[in-house]
Design a protein around this ligand. Structure first.
Ligand code: GLN
Length: 285
């Protein structure tokens, strides 16, 4: 088959699942992964002949894509903040909006020698990005899932980044009594009743326990976050959270009730309210 014909096959077979741009993007990633061909080869050599062994993995990937498997799980990798991270169905695929959260943090603070806690670390994306920015900081990534922590640990080793990972429930008091300068989280926040409306390559593919808030409790994990902040954040320390756009104001309200100050809501590049931060008020004696 010719290279351009294979791309046509992808476009045709995936058109009911993905936009043309998304399909091409997926195709180029697979071309790079399986045939080590850069995307511009299609411009230079559209008539390039692919032999059966070359085509095979791309047809296998196509079958998996039609079963709604995300391309990142097929190739086992996702990009985040100039890092290539290992991902698998035990972790959420890192999203561009979470990169925006990390940028907001590193543009606003210098915790080079601080203590940083990432609650629900998943692939470790936030913890790793912060530890790369601040190599002298003590960064701890916590997650309930042992499988997720294995993935996060493999990412830290592959990147040579010093992050501590620990299994734990963000809704229980922390074991580490030393307070933190920063507590950050991208918790499961999709309201449970939104489940039926989600894309098939998200719902049923990515881990439910990384995506969904408990039924009827959309703010559950933010309440846990502020409880951890009350116990374990230094005076003047910061809390940052990624939020669902429908609950952004509610999270601000929760932060306010918890006595956090300097509360701000930030929109993502699509104009959706997506991130909230607040500062721990110095305690009055
Ligand atoms: N941003 C993800 C999505 O919309 C959800 C991530 C999360 O629940 N923390 O699919």
């Amino acid at each position: 088959m010719l290279l351009r014909e294979l791309r046509e096959t992808y476009r045709r077979e995936l058109q009911q699942f993905y936009s043309r741009e998304e399909t091409d993007e997926i195709f180029y990633r697979l071309l790079d992964r399986y045939l080590q061909l850069p995307r511009f080869v299609l411009g230079l050599e559209p008539e390039k002949v692919l032999h059966r062994e070359g085509e095979q993995p791309l047809f296998e990937a196509l079958a998996r894509l039609k079963e709604h498997e995300p391309v990142q799980y097929i190739i086992g990798q996702a990009h985040f903040m100039n890092m290539v991270l290992n991902v698998n169905p035990s972790v959420l695929i890192p999203r561009p909006e979470t990169e925006e959260l990390v940028h907001w943090i590193i543009d606003s603070h210098d915790f080079s020698h601080g203590r940083v806690l990432d609650l629900g670390t998943g692939s470790g994306c936030i913890a790793l990005a912060l530890a790369r920015k601040w190599p002298g900081a003590m960064v701890l990534g916590m997650d309930l899932s042992a499988e997720a922590l294995e993935t996060a640990g493999s990412n830290a080793r592959a990147l040579g980044v010093g992050v501590h990972f620990q299994q734990g429930d963000m809704c229980q008091p922390l074991q580490d009594p030393e307070p933190f300068d920063l507590i950050v989280s991208n918790p499961p926040y999709i309201p449970a009743d939104h489940k039926p409306g989600l894309d098939a390559h998200v719902q049923g593919q990515e881990p439910d326990n990384a995506l969904f808030a408990p039924e009827g409790l959309p703010l559950h994990f933010y309440a846990c976050m502020v409880a951890r902040a009350a116990e374990s954040l230094k005076d003047g320390g910061w809390v940052y959270a990624e939020v669902h756009r429908d609950y952004a104001d509610a999270v601000c309200g929760l932060f306010r009730e918890a006595g956090l100050t300097g509360i701000q809501l930030k929109k993502d590049i699509f104009g959706n309210p997506r991130m909230v931060r607040g500062c721990q008020q110095p305690k009055q004696n």
